[in-house]
Design a protein around this ligand. Structure first.
Ligand SMILES: [Zn+2]
Ligand SMILES: [Zn+2]
Ligand SMILES: [Zn+2]
Ligand SMILES: [Zn+2]
Ligand SMILES: [Zn+2]
Length: 220
């Protein structure tokens, strides 16, 4: 009996994934917070993992989690979560969830499309299409089109590029990454050293500060 239950449980996700309601069921299994006095970046598990709180959290109306309002950037129906560079930028620049919703999205779009490397992505169909539509956008379509760009460059989803707030420029995922501990964008040759808790450079050899070996490149 127990065995049977268990295998049924295992089979579940495959068959029920399709409907929205059921995908929440699987989501509920994720660890959630149980904050009693608002959700701050110091104490809240959800906040610290850059995700919003929901009804399965124990925080209730006192919740101040910034990441509850990412639909402002990514659109109502999207389940996108913020990539680590964007998350750190939000935490640094936005103190409350009201302030988040006062961010000027059009200014943010401008910042992105005027950055140095944006002109280089014209060979990418998705960006080309986006830019063409943006040039002749109707007022009513503006918000959703801006959200599309944010999904492409500020979420964990989507493209091989992301917008680096650290460098004020586009970054490519195979070349750059954002270290959430050092809170800055790094070259692919860098890795976060557990020994001294800072990023170290170099694909061969140990950390130059503490001599700890890189786990990431150890197979070389
Ligand atoms: Zn919390
Ligand atoms: Zn929570
Ligand atoms: Zn909360
Ligand atoms: Zn960054
Ligand atoms: Zn680091």
């Amino acid at each position: 009996m127990l065995n049977e239950d268990y295998s049924n449980e295992n089979r579940k996700p495959k068959t029920i994934r399709k409907t929205k309601k059921n995908s929440n069921v699987t989501k509920n299994k994720k660890k959630k917070c149980n904050c009693r006095s608002g959700c701050s970046k110091r104490s809240c598990y959800c906040y610290k993992s850059n995700s919003g709180c929901d009804s399965t959290c124990g925080c209730g109306p006192s919740c101040q989690n910034l990441f509850n309002h990412l639909e402002f950037f990514f659109g109502e129906d999207s389940k996108c979560i913020a990539n680590s560079c964007f998350s750190d930028w939000l935490v640094k620049n936005v103190k409350t969830s009201d302030a988040l919703q006062n961010i000027n999205r059009e200014a943010l779009v401008k910042k992105i499309i005027e950055c140095g490397r944006f002109s280089e992505v014209d060979d990418d169909e998705d960006f080309k299409e986006w830019s063409q539509k943006w040039k002749q956008i109707e007022v009513d379509d503006k918000i959703s089109h801006m959200q599309k760009l944010f999904r492409m460059l500020l979420s964990n989803d989507a493209t091989t590029r992301y917008f680096s707030f650290c460098n004020d420029d586009l970054a490519e995922e195979d070349c750059d990454w954002h270290c959430s501990i050092c809170k800055s964008c790094r070259d692919w040759r860098e890795w976060h050293c557990d020994g001294c808790n800072k990023c170290a450079y170099g694909t061969s050899g140990p950390c130059q500060r503490c001599e700890r070996k890189s786990e990431m490149f150890s197979f070389w």
